[in-house]
Ligand binder design. Structure first.
Ligand code: LMR
Length: 398
């Protein structure tokens, strides 16, 4: 039967990882997949995670099933991290949620739940958005449309077109927004933008859905979740998918969470039961190990403090690299790259052509996504000069 299927080309982001690993060039630089790297180019396990893991090994007493929603404590801590413990959605008991296999699992469970609720719903994604949003949500059978977001000319938010587009979203549709560290552009919404989004959502009757995959890697844990906090207060319904891959470095453990705000507790209980049933019908229940580590860290004062310090140094390194890249590239080439400094998170578009991206890969062994999205964290003191010099020669070739 499977002879009817065709071989597919590699995933645009994951395919780069394989190509990079095969490359023998000793100067090679990986600016592709969104994985944090330290100054030595490694993605080490955070010390807080190592400690929590050891503790977990000593104290774990069973490998019995944890059930479709995951542990109540993990869900509670996840909500507190995204909303803040005093948020009215929490104190009013209006949030239902599940522990998921990564942020991807959260996005997909949300899509399946949306489909159960309405077959007519469209999910609106930003133009551009993360390459895996369409497959993750669309493969659930949901219609996807785009709204304007990034301005290629100014390399910043296209505020006017964004709000015009949101103003035309039909009632009952879903609008997916990036909570912080927009992937792929690095262009984030500010507090006033979130307030406007809330107003339009209430006026038009669409439901906001926030993908919070990089909390803590932009400005701070609180500032990066300002959109969640504002919309959770202003809107009767809100969907939030979060990931612990990047801020805890738990990529391969697959830890995420899906939290949904409802108008009241009664409705929230319905959502909770539906979520459990969706999960049971896809993968039955989430893996436990990574989530147990997150639970121990967020639930322990000392470990929590240690983790927040480590996260802060990751964030500071990314923001310092942004400053260095912006001035280095602007000084050495005839272009203005100052936008890199003002954007946030791991990603920015360099704004070069696909042909120039291909030349950087073929002639200089510098790997990035075709769209010219770079992972800023792939730069370090050892490779920054080579990167800037390579960009200079590729740009001067025209
Ligand atoms: C990325 O955008 O590079 C990351 O989110 C990793 C992935 O799975 O695509």
């Amino acid at each position: 039967m499977f002879e009817n299927l065709e071989t597919l080309s590699p995933d645009p982001i994951l395919g780069l990882m394989a190509a990079f690993n095969k490359d023998k060039n000793t100067n090679k630089i990986d600016l592709g997949v969104g994985v944090y790297r330290d100054e030595s180019g490694q993605t080490p396990i955070m010390n807080s995670v190592l400690e929590a893991q050891q503790l977990h090994h000593q104290t774990e007493s069973t490998k019995a099933y944890i059930g479709p929603p995951g542990t109540p404590r993990f869900n509670e801590l996840s909500r507190e991290m995204m909303f803040g413990s005093e948020h009215s959605a929490l104190t009013d008991r209006r949030v239902a949620g599940v522990q998921t296999p990564g942020g991807c699992g959260a996005l997909r469970v949300a899509a399946e739940l949306i489909k159960r609720a309405s077959l007519q719903t469209t999910i609106w994604v930003s133009n551009p958005t993360w390459a895996n949003h369409r497959p993750l949500l669309g493969n659930a059978g949901i219609n996807i449309k785009e709204y304007a977001y990034y301005d290629n000319d100014t390399r910043s938010l296209n505020e006017t077109e964004l709000f015009t587009a949101l103003d035309s979203v039909p009632a009952g549709d879903i609008v997916l927004l990036h909570g912080c560290c927009h992937n792929p552009s690095g262009v984030d919404l500010e507090q006033s933008h979130w307030e406007t989004v809330a107003q339009i959502a209430n006026k038009k009757g669409f439901i906001p859905f926030i993908d919070l995959a990089y909390q803590g890697l932009g400005e701070s844990l609180i500032k990066d979740s300002i959109g969640v906090r504002i919309l959770g207060e202003a809107c009767a319904e809100l969907i939030v998918a979060s990931s612990y891959s990047k801020n805890f470095g738990l990529y391969r453990e697959r830890v995420g969470s899906l939290q949904i705000v409802s108008p009241n507790t009664k409705q929230s209980n319905v959502v909770q039961s539906q979520l459990g049933s969706v999960v049971r019908g896809i993968y039955s229940m989430p893996p436990s190990h990574g989530a147990a580590i997150v639970e121990s860290i967020l639930g322990d004062e000392r470990l929590g403090k240690m983790w927040r310090k480590e996260l802060e140094s990751m964030r500071n390194r990314i923001n310092l690299l942004r400053t260095e890249l912006a001035s280095g590239l602007s000084d050495e080439t005839s272009r203005d790259f100052s936008f890199i400094k003002t954007q946030r998170g791991m990603f920015s578009f360099l704004g070069i052509s696909a042909a120039q991206v291909a030349t950087l890969q073929e002639n200089y062994a510098i790997y990035m996504v075709d769209s010219s999205r770079i992972n800023v964290a792939g730069i370090n003191d050892t490779n920054i000069e080579y990167f800037i010099a390579s960009m200079k020669s590729v740009l001067s070739e025209g």
